[in-house]
Design a protein around this ligand. Structure first.
Ligand code: CP
Length: 309
């Protein structure tokens, strides 16, 4: 059986193109499973997984939990806000206490970049990064690339523009790594204040003009403006941001081709994209969410196979 080159999924940076293709091929099988009347397989009956979320989440948390339950794993959920973390317990103590209850895998979202890597070096379990600050969100990038592959047949050779708040976005960095590993060309577009200086060192070009970026691309990934991470004012007003970097139906329809519109969610409707774009046939936003379950099933199944050896 083919296996992943890693024991943890900490970021797309640490995995190979072959790993990504293996995850996609495995996800193809699980996508078929979750569309059956009985959406469950007994593969992971002997595995226990803890989902520990130190930051809010809707899609990622639900998607991981559904993926785990559809693989028949035992699942425990931990919300930091209602735990003893609020009494001062450290991350390692918290996780080690959970692991002493015989947990095999930890899926963690944390506000600190590098938290998942830190955990993988200090506790004896397989770690899956469900988003660490502005660093990486590997399963989001995998489900995004999987959705492009599903809609356009392949990721290689496609042109993808990532629009918006690149500076604070873990989705952007993971997408850049995954799309490049799979042979796509990537540009970013957004206010200069929200584009990190190191971006060109990653082989990514900056296109400041949204219309030009859209005319160039096959796929536009419209990122959320992360108001909770904007400690200072990066653009004059939300209205001005929407006028310069928001995608509306008039702009979409004025392009001389059809592009695929993506958004990782949650959407600020009327800011990054208008409702008529979000709900249009060019939008694959809900396909991304559906594919997230199959892709996460694949990641968990492949990592669990390594634990069982
Ligand atoms: N895309 C994403 O990470 O959404 P949540 O924050 O709701 O999990």
């Amino acid at each position: 059986m083919q296996e992943l080159s890693v024991n943890h999924l900490l970021g797309i940076k640490y995995i190979t193109e072959e790993d990504i293709q293996l995850i996609f091929n495995t996800a193809d099988h699980f996508k078929e499973v979750i569309n059956r009347p009985i959406k469950k397989v007994p593969s992971l009956r002997d595995i226990t997984i803890a989902n520990i979320f130190f930051e809010n989440s809707t899609r990622t948390k639900l998607s991981f939990e559904l993926a785990q339950k559809r693989l028949s794993a035992d699942v425990v959920n931990f919300a930091a806000s209602s735990s003893s973390v609020t009494k001062g317990e450290t991350l390692i103590d918290t996780v080690n206490n959970i692991l002493s209850m015989k947990v095999d895998m930890v899926v963690m979202r944390h506000s600190s970049p590098g938290a998942a890597v830190f955990l993988s070096k200090n506790v004896n379990a397989s770690i899956v990064n469900a988003g660490d600050g502005a660093h990486e969100h590997p399963t989001q990038a995998l489900l995004d690339a999987y959705t492009i592959r599903e809609r356009l047949g392949d990721v290689a050779g496609k042109k993808v523009v990532i629009v918006g708040d690149i500076l604070h976005s873990r989705v952007a960095l993971s997408n850049i790594y995954s799309l490049q590993k799979l042979g796509a060309e990537v540009k970013v577009c957004g206010p200069k204040t929200l584009i990190p200086r190191y971006i060109t060192e990653l082989g990514v070009q900056v296109e400041p003009n949204l219309r030009k970026a859209l005319e160039w691309c096959d796929v536009a990934n419209m990122l959320r403006v992360q108001n909770e991470r904007l400690d200072i004012s990066y653009f004059p007003t939300t209205r001005e941001y929407a006028m310069q970097y928001g995608l509306d139906k008039q702009l979409l329809d004025s392009l001389n081709k059809e592009i695929v519109v993506m958004h990782p969610g949650p959407i600020n409707r009327g800011v990054e994209i208008t409702s008529d774009v979000a709900d249009s046939k060019q939008s694959v936003i809900l396909d991304q969410v559906e594919n997230g379950v199959a892709v996460r099933m694949a990641v968990i199944y492949l990592l669990a196979s390594k634990i069982k050896q």
